[in-house]
Write a protein that binds this ligand. Sequence first.
Ligand code: NAP
Length: 484
Amino acid sequence: MSTIPDASRTRVVLDTNPADTRDVLAEVNLGTAADVARAIERAERAYPAWRDTPAPQRGRILARAAEITRRRVDELARLLTREEGKTLSEARGEILRGVNLLEWYAGEGFRMGGKTRPSEMPTTLLLSLRQPLGVVAIITPWNFPWAEPVWKVAPALVAGNAVILKPASLTPLVAQRFAEVLAEAGLPEGVLILVVGSGAEVGDALVTDPRIRAVSFTGSCEIGGEVYARAARRLAKVTCEMGGKNAVVVMPDADLDLAAAGIAQGAFGSTGQRCTATSLCVVHREAARPLVDRVVDRARAIRVGSGLEEGTGMGPVVDARQLETILRYIELGRQEGARLVTGGRRLEGDGYDHGFFVEPTVFVDVGPAHRIAQEEIFGPVLSVIEVGSLEEALRVTNGVRYGLSASIYAGDANTIMRFVDAVEVGMVHVNSPTVGGEAQIPFGGIKWSGVGGREMAEEGLEFFTELKSVFFDYTGRPRTTNIY
Ligand code: NAP
């Protein structure tokens, strides 16, 4: 395992706490394309021995990494909060989600494999094998700096690949800790190499290098679309998990307290910086008033502050650029004619001056065509759209380019099942928030939210393997028949 490059120190950036930028976590040397080339050479050298390591043994290293992580959860969560900004309890949840994923993929070391099928021919064994690809690249965003690397790296490793990980340059330390945990768990040198650097240089070098057999990317649609096209041009395997514009639909027979709690959690949890964050509330007009009142009460009750402080309900956004984007969307919402019912401002003074804090924000009277109803804001901004029927709710929910996650709060089973069937997303929740995923079930989206395969569960592992079909004739003499 090796980490942040020490060669080619072309540029150094400060890794700071978004709640208080005077708190500097590290000076980070940004790597270059030359560092990527060296990393690939080292990974290629490490690959053959790792490929030949029995899969259960590879899995045991992940199991040990899970144990080490569990022991260090508080320290890792604290670092995550300082680096990314989410609250300590959210950070703890993220670290523990990573533990689940390590545990799941540790078990896959015993299970991964192909299948056997009866042959058309006598005395013939017909089977398929799952084999690793070689050296693969993993490119991750800043908003889940622990869980994202884990959920890609764990399946790639257990499948027998060597991995180059490029974390977001905003959050390299948490990713570095993960690499250190794997090294402590026994991962051989060179099997996982972390290269920190800009997407434009390090990311692009990984995407375009012909020695990289697969690229697993998570991030924005804009960058993901480019990554997909560039890697596909050289026929590499590619998966891109991207943004979302996730709606909660609320019908008149819903439990409105439950719905409001779920909407607030989905919209303002992790400061709205989740791909599965609730960004739209599509509510039947008979329930609109009482629902919005409840959501607004919850938004106003959230204490915004440093995620390290006890009692904080919502941390800062990740950096000045993200804050600017969110404030721009809030202004745009006003200009488009939506009505701001709570929030809308950057928080300043009183301990807020050195961080990037914004109020939990709710707009009503939003139209489905408004940009705040169509585009991913990636901040704590909720847009409420009123509708008159389930079918209209479906048209609004499906009328965005994204297709990651959606949720419905309703009582009637037929209504719920119609929604589950017709909504165009990769993940649908019933009477629960749009957020969350579990190691043992596929995670990901459709349309502009995802392309190239799902993550987590067996599907996440499959991406990092090739299938080889084996036709094993044990007759011992020439065939007299041919099936083709
Ligand atoms: P981003 O700007 O697209 O960056 C994602 C990663 O790609 C970073 O490591 C970035 O590096 C790298 N990158 C940038 N330009 C590149 C290029 N030309 N070639 C290769 N790599 C390049 O996204 P972000 O702002 O970090 O993350 C937020 C986005 O991720 C949101 O849209 C969110 O919805 C999405 N997301 C999706 C999921 C999901 O599972 N669907 C999960 C989490 C987040 P640098 O930043 O270091 O330059």
